[in-house]
Design a protein around this ligand. Structure first.
Ligand code: DGL
Length: 268
């Protein structure tokens, strides 16, 4: 049985998973955290599922090499492509993320919910299953958003490029009366101010990352793996891509300095 003060590993195709990472940090201040941005292979949203699964395995191996006691797949696309196989293969707790359809269906007053996600997520069997479970009483409009995660990767959170894309993606949802939007990609919470501006103040925007942080907390508690309350939670950041300008972007998104290490060659 491992040491409670072992780190928790978190990964995404790039910087998007930081929207989950920051919630984990807020909820679990004593935990040591490792973050891997697979920027050398981003975006995942349009890549073959097999490649995404291979990357998820390589990164999980790396995190285990770093002694991780749990892994958070902070990416809807990688969760859809690989979580079942990761869980079958590795024995540590592996927490994934999926679009917050269930709370959206509970909250909508207009009866129309819009989901924004990557093309791969909306094509996946896991997503079809989610729709099947929760999408019956409500009209669920599914909007793939090619290019949107890339805007965040390029640090464009409010300029003309994400605005034009979002106007196009939101138009059919808003025209149909959607009053609840589900952010089905971990990059999109960084675009929330722009999405809210375009959708209007009445539209609710749901980000599942607080629920993921709570779920991680519960899993660690049940497995008796929570760090002890005297531990100081450190952070290390890794990338499979070029460390600059990603380090600067990560620092901007987190509002704190980030030192980025390059993932060892065999995991790249
Ligand atoms: N952040 C990822 C997600 O939650 C994927 C973005 C991408 O790489 O296309 O789906």
């Amino acid at each position: 049985m491992g040491n409670h003060n072992q780190p928790i590993g978190v990964f995404d195709s790039g910087v998007g998973g930081l929207s989950v990472f920051r919630r984990i940090r807020a909820n679990l201040p004593h935990e040591s955290l490792l973050y891997v941005a697979d920027s050398g292979h981003a975006p995942y949203g349009n890549k073959p599922a097999e490649l995404i699964a291979r990357r998820a395995f390589a990164i999980t191996e790396f995190l285990l090499d770093q002694d991780a006691k749990a892994v958070v797949v902070a990416c809807n696309t990688a969760t859809a492509a690989a979580i079942a196989r990761l869980r079958a293969h590795f024995s540590i707790p592996i927490i994934g993320i999926e679009p917050a359809l269930k709370p959206a269906v509970a909250e909508t007053r207009s009866g129309v919910v819009g989901i924004l996600a990557t093309s791969n997520t909306v094509r996946s069997d896991k997503f079809a299953h989610l729709l099947d479970q929760h999408g019956h009483q409500t009209r669920v409009m599914v909007q793939p958003c090619p290019g949107l995660a890339d805007c965040v990767e390029q640090g464009e959170l409010s300029g003309p490029h994400p605005r034009v894309l979002l106007e196009r993606y939101l138009e059919p949802l808003l025209a149909a009366g959607a009053d609840t939007l589900v952010l089905g990609c971990t990059h999109y919470p960084f675009l929330t101010p722009l999405i809210q501006r375009l959708a209007g103040p009445e539209v609710a925007i749901l980000d599942p990352s607080p629920a993921v942080a709570r779920q991680l907390h519960r899993r660690l508690e049940t497995a008796q793996l929570l760090a002890d309350g005297r531990a100081v939670g450190g952070e290390r950041y890794f990338t499979s891509g070029a460390p600059e300008p990603t380090a600067r972007l990560m620092a901007r998104l987190l509002g704190q300095p980030v030192t980025l290490e390059v993932l060892p060659e065999r995991f790249r």
